[in-house]
Ligand binder design. Structure first.
Ligand SMILES: Cc1cc2nc3c(=O)[nH]c(=O)nc-3n(C[C@H](O)[C@H](O)[C@H](O)COP(=O)(O)OP(=O)(O)OC[C@H]3O[C@@H](n4cnc5c(N)ncnc54)[C@H](O)[C@@H]3O)c2cc1C
Ligand code: FES
Length: 335
């Protein structure tokens, strides 16, 4: 059972006609649990459901954490948040999670954002500008000028960091949907950069293809997929049945090696949490990738996977929340 925190809303900011930012003010006691890396997300309890929202604030900005929610047509959670959450509201939230975050803030970054996909990208961009020294190029696609979230802030950062930040806006109302070829042409000068992509599925697919076409290695392309959680990570998990067969498990987490005897029917994440390890996760349903880790040796089976693609899997990436062991020994690492 994850630890559930209740955060107080300090402010709600109307960013565009259909996007609101919700700013939480942390108490000093909550600060430690809510330390985060740029690109990570929070999981909010929304009525009977739970939804993930990326932090658009940056860690160096302090105790006010901001998520930015764009209304989805016919969507339950996003419209509920935009219609109901006001300053002073108390919201149940899970601690930050996610692996869509740069390892090295000094890298040159190539960022692709479509619509609300700007939220984690904005956090990465602000952090890398303030705390790193690389060059940053943002390609930011939107339906029209009115739907550009953070337009003013990006313009101000472009002026302040004129030698390091380039923002290329793409407006569907003017230029149509960007094609793979157009994205390839725009991105080609930045072929050596580390790429981060977030936005609607067709936009991400086109951007990923463009990057692959000019040979950017797969491990330099990072994607964040926005999906709605089907289950409720706030609910109590049923205890797993015990059986006799086990696997010798070796885990490398936060630079520490652990060895365990892993019951074959237990999912890796559940088992590690039972053992008291601080393994990352959010949805526990194979939908968000917060629990992703890499198989170093041995084999596991994923019971469900709605987020990793075949290339991730070929690279040995698995979802700990869905993995059960298949071999007598398994070694995994969280990078
Ligand atoms: C890691 C992560 C980070 C995210 N960060 C952000 C962020 O920063 N900002 C942001 O705005 N979003 C973000 N999202 C997406 C967010 O979690 C929600 O998925 C999004 O807000 C839509 O949720 P919803 O409840 O409004 O829509 P849902 O109710 O989930 O509906 C989604 C769509 O499905 C349709 N639908 C719903 N039920 C049915 C049905 N029974 N049959 C047919 N169609 C149906 C709806 O009409 C709608 O078009 C993120 C997601 C993830 C996983
Ligand atoms: S915790 Fe979300 S995919 Fe595993």
């Amino acid at each position: 059972m994850p630890e559930i925190h209740t955060l107080t809303v300090a402010e709600v900011v109307t960013e565009t006609p259909d996007a609101h930012s919700v700013v939480f003010e942390l108490t000093p006691e909550q600060a430690e649990a809510f330390r985060y890396r740029p690109g990570q997300f929070l999981t909010l309890k929304v009525g009977t459901a739970a939804r993930c929202y990326s932090l658009s604030s940056a860690p160096h900005e302090g105790s006010r954490l901001k998520v930015t929610v764009k209304r989805t047509d016919g969507g339950y959670g996003s419209n509920w948040i935009c219609d109901n959450i006001r300053a002073g509201a108390r919201v149940e939230v899970l601690a930050p999670a996610g692996v869509f975050t740069p390892k090295d803030l000094d890298e040159n970054l190539l960022l692709f954002a479509g619509g609300s996909g700007i939220t984690p990208v904005m956090s990465i961009l602000k952090t890398a500008l303030r705390q790193g020294n690389g060059r940053i190029t943002l390609l930011y696609a939107n339906r029209d000028e009115r739907s550009v979230i953070f337009a003013g802030e990006l313009a101000a950062l472009s002026r302040e960091f004129a030698g390091r930040l380039t923002v290329l806006h793409w407006l569907e109302s003017v230029q149509g949907l960007p094609t793979v070829e157009q994205l390839r042409t725009l991105a080609q000068p930045f072929a050596e950069f580390e790429a981060f992509l977030c936005g609607p599925a067709p936009f991400m697919a086109a951007a990923k293809q463009a990057l692959k076409d000019f040979g950017l290695p797969k491990n330099r392309i990072h994607l964040e997929k926005f999906v709605s959680l089907g289950g409720d990570p706030f609910a109590t998990q049923a205890p797993a049945p015990e059986s006799g067969e086990t696997t010798a498990l070796r885990v490398d987490l936060d630079g520490t090696q652990h060895e365990f005897t892993w019951p074959r029917q237990r999912k890796l994440l559940d088992f590690l949490l039972d053992k008291g390890l601080d393994a990352p996760y959010s949805c526990r349903e194979g939908q968000c990738s917060a629990c992703a880790c890499r198989i170093v040796s041995g084999e596991v089976k994923m019971l469900d996977n709605e987020i990793l693609d075949s290339e991730d899997i070929a690279d040995g990436i698995v979802l700990a929340c869905q993995s059960v062991p298949l071999t007598d020994a398994v070694s995994v690492t969280y990078e």
